[in-house]
Design a protein around this ligand. Structure first.
Ligand code: NAD
Length: 509
């Protein structure tokens, strides 16, 4: 437990206003929905949601801006992203304040989220000079084949509450460098940080002389998101959130032959082998399972431990869990902040009740905290639960800090348990046995989009592509060649001979 009292809602409101003021944001006040802080669970400001006409205008403006942006040389587009990165660096502390106020992240994780935005800007600036296509050997004399990459159009970004700014930046920095324009519908639970990001991008556009309309922000709930989903002018819908959301969005976008990039729920596991360095494993597990109060898509939710070390490891984890400081995320000593809402706490308690009814045994945690100091807030102790089998509740993603501990005897059994869930986002193995590590990373190993060795499931770097398989949606964002999702390719056949020769030796005329 942390010793300090929680800030009051008035203090949080003042801190938010101070950050917004420094960032130059005007809050669109209204009565449609509220900016709220999970730190006290209270509303901060009433806000106005985008109307249908505003959503229509935003897409139209982004589409018009696309027509000039797509022919702006890519390295010049990169200058906009570079300027955005500079402004993010300058305002890192204020942005992190807003992330903490709205998403409840502890200070170092909130700063880390802003750092991730800066990193992807750097990446996208470099990318703006590296949108490579290949040349391909032609079967015909005097011919050349080439692959060219062109901007795609308007990208609709729909984002979740738990990475309220970083997910936007992964999409936006890359999309802008690729020559696309962006309309963003952030989570209705994190409107303030999205107003701040939009403002900084507007300033960057002004500073480098880019059209302001390359980026539009639409505040509001899913109904606003649905407008992007159904609008044929939105070439790509990049949607991050629950699998439930993806199941609705994916087919709707496909029905109009639009493209979608889905980043959905995870149910991530780590295998701990007998040779594992347990000091390292305990640190990696506790950060991945309890960090961000269990509210990362890559949060570690299942631990698959070799039977020989299960008792030692669970004892060490139990001791670590009992000491976790829970409370005010602004307090430097806190490691676990609040859950996003009372509904999230109910979902956590309901999953705990179900798993206990299915034979699970709670080893540590599970109690509510600070209910007297902040009755509207949802602080909970991260929980460690021993389970004998992977029952239905274990196979679900409960977006809260619950870690289910299972045991195994053979690596084959561990990998089978690991893959036997609907989701396929992140995974890891703790081992000092190279053969085991390689098997886990092989085609017969983890079926996830992210597979790690001797590090937890969460905390990816932006340089690699990010995303997962199965119910996680199949999308890839951020680094590596994820940029290709934001562009369209064309194959060019160029005849520089004086004769027309047809492919496959076809003769005609
Ligand atoms: P959510 O699904 O409730 O909402 C996400 C976003 O989708 C919000 O902006 C919401 O307004 C919008 N939305 C919901 N239904 C919609 C619809 N039918 N049409 C259009 N828009 C719709 O998710 P959340 O609670 O904000 O976030 C937590 C979830 O997000 C978890 O499942 C987590 O694993 C997932 N997540 C995944 C990744 C990833 O990269 N794979 C990253 C972050 C979060």
């Amino acid at each position: 437990m942390t010793g300090t009292a929680l800030p009051t809602t008035d203090e949080l409101r003042a801190r938010a206003l101070s950050a917004l003021g420094t960032l130059g944001v005007t809050v669109p006040e209204g009565g449609d929905f509220s900016a709220r802080s999970p730190i006290t669970g209270d509303d901060l400001f009433g806000l106005r949601a985008a109307t249908a006409a505003e959503a229509e205008a935003a897409v139209a403006e982004a589409r018009t801006a696309f027509l000039t942006w797509r022919t702006t040389p890519a390295p010049r587009r990169g200058e906009l992203v570079r300027r955005l990165g500079e402004l993010l660096r300058e305002h890192k502390s204020d942005l992190a304040d807003l992330v903490t106020i709205e998403a409840g992240k502890i200070r170092s994780e909130a700063l880390g989220e802003v750092q991730e935005m800066i990193d992807i800007c750097d990446f996208a600036v470099g990318l703006s000079r590296q949108l490579y296509g290949r040349t391909i050997a032609s079967e015909r004399p005097g011919h050349r084949l080439a692959e060219t990459w062109h901007p795609l159009g308007v990208v609709g970004v729909i984002s979740a509450f738990n990475f309220p700014a970083a997910v936007w930046s992964w999409n936006t920095a890359v999309a802008l460098a690729c020559g696309d324009t962006v309309v963003w519908k952030p989570s209705e639970r994190t409107p303030l940080i999205s107003l701040a990001c939009d403002r900084l991008l507007a300033r960057a556009a002004e500073d480098v002389g880019a059209p302001r309309e390359v980026h539009r922000l639409l505040l509001g709930d899913r109904a606003v998101g649905e407008r992007l989903v159904d609008d044929p002018r939105v070439a790509l819908v990049s949607a991050t959130g629950s699998t439930r959301m993806g199941r609705e969005v994916g087919p709707r976008v496909a029905a109009r032959f639009g493209r979608s990039l889905l980043e959905l729920g995870g149910n991530n596991a780590a295998i701990v082998a007998p040779s594992a360095d347990l000091d390292l494993a305990v640190q990696g597990i506790v950060f991945a399972a309890a960090g961000t109060a269990g509210q990362r898509c890559t949060t570690l939710r299942r631990l698959i431990v070799h039977r020989d070390i299960a008792e030692t490891l669970t004892e060490r984890l139990t001791a670590a869990y009992r000491k976790l400081p829970i409370g005010d995320p602004f307090d430097e000593n806190t490691l676990v902040g609040p859950l996003i809402s009372a509904v999230a706490l109910e979902a956590m308690n309901s999953a705990l009740a179900r798993v206990q009814a299915q034979g699970g045994k709670v080893l540590a945690g599970g109690n509510r905290r600070l209910s007297e100091a902040a009755p509207q807030a949802a602080y909970a102790e991260p929980v460690l639960v021993r389970v004998d089998e992977q029952t239905d509740v274990v196979k679900e993603e409960t977006f809260a800090p619950i870690l289910y501990v299972l045991t195994y005897d053979t690596l084959e059994e561990a990998i089978a348990l690991h893959n036997d869930v609907p989701q396929g986002l992140s995974s890891s193995i703790f081992t000092r046995d190279q053969q085991e590590a390689e098997i886990f990373l092989s085609a017969a190993g983890s079926d996830c989009g992210i597979a790690n060795v001797n590090i937890g499931t969460s905390g990816a770097e932006i340089g690699g592509a990010f995303g997962g398989e199965k119910d996680t949606g199949g999308g890839r964002e951020s680094g590596s060649d994820a940029w290709k999702a934001y562009m369209r390719s064309a194959t060019n056949t160029i005849n520089y001979s004086s004769e027309l020769s047809l492919a496959q030796n076809v003769s005609f005329l």
